[in-house]
Design a protein around this ligand. Structure first.
Ligand code: UD1
Length: 439
């Protein structure tokens, strides 16, 4: 089984380039099948989740062509709508974004069937809001045998209020409504950068999606969609990944390094920049890059995860690692997912002092971590444990890196480019070899 072996204690230094946003890519790749014409998507991150989704898209009959490692052409015109449009295999069941094909295929063909979504085990992750939105548009939704089926005679624009702010439900309902008859309003919509990106992509295919104030695109808590008859081909480049960028920012601060993080949109990183600055790191923003520098022990602070523009839940574990090393007591409140502290037990094995009470973690900062063998419990927590291992004195191993590979492209390679001593290995012999090599 693949794992990372890491020798910590070195500051990260140099430059790293951020890939396209995984969570935007998942929505955009699914939405690409909504036209019969070819769509070219650039800056697609080459990570496991996007590869699995592309396989599923191919599985329903779309033509998928890689132009280069990060550019994909998709043609939905080869899909036969007279099949049951069923998306199910052992892989798609494991990814959360499988459900985006539900909204996309419902929006285009008025029916589809998708295996109930999996994804990282970070909470109950219900899909009631997706269902409520589809039903409001006139679809009939049925759940049986691990599959969710949606079907409508005709989709009709509607007024939909989301009780809870949900990224997935906002994207899914937006896709289903794009070609519905009439106008749809989504209230209390999520505003994450990747939602704006999916809306911009759909608009570039001829959709009519506007936010509050009639501004083209999404990004406000009201999204207005005027149904159009059909969508057309386009070429579109995905935005940079906010969470990958944030992960490298935090890694630079935690290891007391100096890293220029390139290909980012600094505005998307404001919540992270602000916290890093509060605790004593230096963050310099440029047009499309940020530099993070740190040469001293950081200070404690409190964080609470919130929907965008608040502090992202997907950055909570990585930031917690930094706070577990900071001077003083920090409080981390997780308000989005109820099961996002699973890394705490692993981090404690590296010497962290963390107590979890309900949705709150209380971190008493320690000077440093000690190397240990730990397991990634999910994608972001896995990245957080790698950061911890980069700080720890001595060797660590992080296993179950399949989670990390869902969302980070060439994570170990990028870290090596910053001077980290990290290697992807499979056997004990390879671990011994690495230990001998780096001393
Ligand atoms: C997406 C991201 C994930 C991120 C999360 C929050 C993707 C593929 N994944 O996940 O990385 O951590 O946003 O930023 O983009 N909820 C309901 N009913 C629903 C849907 C959601 O109650 O029908 C609740 C969830 O339990 C959670 C909250 O809403 O408490 C937010 O979840 P949501 O924004 O939907 O997360 P995902 O789209 O699954």
């Amino acid at each position: 089984m693949e794992q990372y072996v890491i020798k910590g204690g070195r500051p990260l230094e140099g430059e790293v380039t951020i890939a396209g946003a995984k969570n935007a890519a998942l929505g955009i790749l699914a939405a690409a099948v909504m036209t019969d014409q070819e769509v070219t998507i650039e800056n697609v991150p080459n990570v496991r989740d996007t590869r699995v989704l592309l396989q599923a898209i191919q599985g329903i009959g779309a033509r998928v062509r890689y132009i280069d490692e990060h550019t994909v052409a998709i043609c939905g015109g080869t899909i036969n709508p007279n099949t049951d449009l069923c998306v199910d295999d052992e892989y798609i069941r494991k990814i959360r974004a499988s459900y985006y094909l539900l909204g996309a295929l419902l929006g285009k063909y008025n029916h589809s069937q998708v295996a109930l979504p999996g994804g990282c085990d970070i909470g109950a992750r219900p899909i009631d809001l997706h269902i409520k939105g589809f039903e409001a548009l006139g679809a009939h939704v049925d759940i049986a045998n691990g599959m969710i089926s949606v079907e409508a005679d005709e989709l009709i624009g509607s007024h939909i209020y989301m009780d809870v702010i949900s990224v997935g439900a906002t994207i899914n309902v937006m896709m289903a409504a794009v070609m519905a008859n009439g106008k749809t309003t989504i209230e209390n919509a999520a505003k994450e950068p990747h939602i704006v990106d999916v809306a911009n992509f759909l608009n570039s295919m001829g959709a009519n999606i506007r936010g509050a104030g009639n501004i083209k695109g999404a990004g406000t808590d009201v999204i207005r969609i005027r149904g159009v008859k059909s969508l057309h081909g386009t070429t579109y480049s995905i935005i940079p990944d906010q969470i990958e960028a944030g992960t490298f920012m935090v890694a630079a601060a935690a290891t007391r390094g100096n890293v220029l993080i390139k290909n980012v949109i600094p505005k998307h990183l404001e919540a992270i920049t602000s916290k890093l600055t509060d605790i004593g790191a230096t963050v310099i923003e440029y047009d499309d890059s940020v530099r993070v520098m740190c040469n001293k022990r950081l200070k404690a602070t409190n964080i609470k995860t919130l929907p965008y523009p608040g502090f992202p839940t997907d950055m909570q574990p990585q930031m917690a690692v930094t706070l577990a090393l900071s001077n003083g007591t920090s409080i981390v409140t997780e308000s989005i997912f109820e099961n996002r502290f699973k890394y705490v037990a692993e981090l404690s094995r590296m010497g962290a002092h963390i107590r979890v009470e309900g949705n709150t973690a209380i971190l008493d900062g320690v000077e440093t971590f000690t190397g240990a063998n730990v397991a990634a419990p999910d994608l972001r927590a896995g990245a957080a444990l790698v950061i911890a291992a980069l700080v720890a004195n001595d060797f660590s191993t992080v296993c179950d890196i399949k989670y990390i590979q869902r969302g980070y492209e060439k994570f170990d390679e990028k870290l090596r480019g910053l001077g980290a001593l990290i290697e992807k290995v499979e056997t004990d012999k390879e671990i011994q070899k690495f230990k001998l090599k780096v001393g």
